[in-house]
Ligand binder design. Structure first.
Ligand code: HEM
Length: 546
């Protein structure tokens, strides 16, 4: 008999046939191998045969086989997992490399032009969030606006949250943002005013955006700015969750398992989840207190998400306890990391003129009319959008037009390639996963010449035609029915933070150039971009009146 290591299908088939004969025939001669060995051999042979058949199917027979791309990527999702986990978030860069070889799009999934982006993300009813991807990534908050795949459930949740995040509500609550910005400015002036006490600015921004989102959503601030050196445990918690995000995405069963274990045991095994567990515990307490005593909402300083979630127009839309906590976790995560990553250094002379008396607050509505500041924020969002990983959607199982291509109904490529979900092979036989990452548009040299250079002026000097092309390509908040819920709040935060920092503080940035020589080597894709270039600043003092 062939050895166990035989990998040729013919040899494995022989093993299988032999084993089946031995199991089924009462006259089988006494075997030299034990039953356990036989079972093991049979299982192994079946698994290898199955995998071989799957590979042949995927490479030669799959409905999407005609699309260009590496054979390995067609064979297994391990290709994606390798770049996400082993290459630590290298998939986005790999996708860009593959596009340069294979043209506008490769394999079944990833497209690369503005029209395709529009088609993938604006048809929310027919192209839904790919459940496996979102279940993996947001397993810790799946019953929330970001985690829901079903368009109707997502729509119902978004409509409950919408009033708090409308432009009108944001303008009305602008003071909550300004108060936190003032606190940060005071801290920077007092504590980081010499080269010996320089500061990695992103940690300050993370604390600021965490305090803003918690005051805004819950009228209960985390007070992360009060923590020495901006090192609040929740900030670490969010960072640590991001660092293990790709493991979570490719091994989705791990996180629910961990979260169902006793907390003490989890912490004994690893401290990775400490900050996250504390954050979640805090939000659970907040939700429990409110559910027990809903009247306390009437004495809240201002409207919060709970005013809308706990008293929906239709009672059946009131979320469960888990869903309330999941939503709170989502908003804290989505509102902290994305916004803080966008902020970078540039002096805005324009502000001196528009805001002569810097001791009197200036409003978002005035700031958004300033052309240079607007150009600066647009360029920042182009360069460092909050989410850089491609976000997959599933077609509804009919031939779907994406850009200039007709994507056939097919076997769901993602499910089939998932190494640990053999059962999935028999499900979802008609859907196809499609996606497109933002960088394909934001770094498109035909629309943004010299795309790796941070150049706010490009937004001021473009012709009308070029400007509208640039705006159509700029989609940091995604598009369509699943567009960012917090987009009005994010714009308001960005205008106020940039304007206050640059108008009021005289800063020195301890790196000199804005050029990112090799975009791929300067960030790690942790769903959001994690930049390797740390921007350290020193506060020289308050800016003088000019
Ligand atoms: C510069 C700041 C921000 C950027 C660039 C950004 C970007 C995005 C993007 C690209 C998505 C789409 C995700 C997907 O399709 O799965 C999204 C969704 C979302 N964002 Fe933001 N975001 C920002 C700030 C915020 C803030 C401040 C909040 C807080 C309210 C927020 C809450 C959400 C939520 C709840 C979703 C899920 C929407 C859904 O799936 O229906 N975001 N954001």
């Amino acid at each position: 008999m062939m050895g166990y290591r035989a990998t040729k299908p013919i040899a494995l088939t022989n093993i299988l046939i032999e084993r089946l004969r031995m199991f089924s025939s009462p006259e089988s001669p006494p075997s030299t191998v034990t039953n356990a060995q036989m079972i093991f051999q049979t299982l192994l042979a079946s698994a290898v045969l199955y995998a071989g058949a799957l590979v042949i199917y995927r490479v030669f027979l799959h409905p999407l086989r005609k699309y260009p791309g590496p054979v390995l990527a067609a064979m297994t999702e391990g290709y994606e997992a390798y770049y996400n986990i082993v290459k630590k978030g290298g998939l986005v860069t790999e996708i860009e490399r593959l596009h340069t070889i294979h043209g506008k799009f490769f394999s079944v999934l990833h497209f690369r032009d503005k029209k395709a982006f529009h088609d993938i993300y604006t048809h929310g009813r027919t192209l839904i969030k790919e459940p496996q991807f979102y279940h993996g990534l947001f397993g810790h908050c799946e019953e929330s606006s970001i985690g829901y795949s079903d368009p109707e459930t997502a729509k119902a949740r978004r409509s409950l949250l919408a009033p708090l995040f409308s432009r009108r509500a944001v303008v009305a609550l602008e003071y909550t943002i300004q108060t936190k910005i003032d606190q940060l400015l005071t801290l920077l002036k007092e504590n980081y005013n010499s080269p010996d006490s320089s500061l990695e600015i992103s940690s300050a921004y993370r604390s600021l955006t965490l305090d803003i989102i918690t005051s805004y959503c819950f009228a209960e601030c985390t007070n992360a700015l009060d923590f020495q050196d901006f090192s609040h445990p929740f900030i670490h918690g969010i960072q640590e969750m991001l660092q293990q995000l790709w493991i979570q995405r490719h091994f989705p069963f791990l996180l629910p398992l961990i979260l169902h274990m006793p907390q003490k045991l989890v912490l004994l095994l690893s401290h990775t989840f400490k900050g996250y567990l504390e954050l979640r515990g805090n939000l659970e307490r907040q939700v429990d207190d409110l559910v027990k005593n809903t009247e306390s909402l009437s004495i809240a300083e201002h409207e919060t998400i709970y005013h809308h979630l706990l008293a929906p127009p239709k009672l059946q839309d009131r979320p469960s306890r888990k869903s309330l906590v999941d939503e709170a976790v989502t908003l804290v995560g989505a509102g902290t990391e994305t916004t803080s990553l966008t902020i970078r250094q540039k002096i805005l002379l324009e502000l001196d003129e528009a805001w002569p008396d810097k001791d009197r607050p200036i409003s978002f509505v005035v700031l958004e009319k300033l052309p240079y500041l607007t150009a600066f924020i647009r360029e920042t969002l182009r360069f460092s959008p909050g989410v850089i990983h491609p976000l997959p959607r599933l077609t509804s199982g009919t031939t779907t037009v994406i850009g200039d291509w007709e994507v056939p109904p097919g076997v769901s490529a993602i499910d089939l390639k998932r190494p640990f979900s053999f059962g999935m092979v028999f499900m979802e036989l008609t859907q196809t996963a499609v996606e497109m990452g933002l960088l394909s548009m934001h770094l498109n040299a035909e629309v943004f010449p010299d795309p790796q250079t941070f150049k706010p002026e490009r937004w001021l000097t473009a012709t009308d035609k070029d400007l509208s092309e640039m705006l159509e390509n700029l989609s940091p908040f995604s598009k369509g029915p699943r567009i960012c819920v917090g987009l009005n709040l994010a714009w308001c935060e960005l205008y106020l933070i940039f304007a206050n920092i640059f108008r009021k503080l005289d800063l020195t940035l301890l790196v000199t150039d804005d050029m990112i020589e090799d975009y791929g080597k300067n960030h790690v894709d942790a769903l959001v971009p994690n930049w390797s270039k740390g921007y350290r600043i020193v506060v020289n003092g308050v800016r003088s009146e000019e």
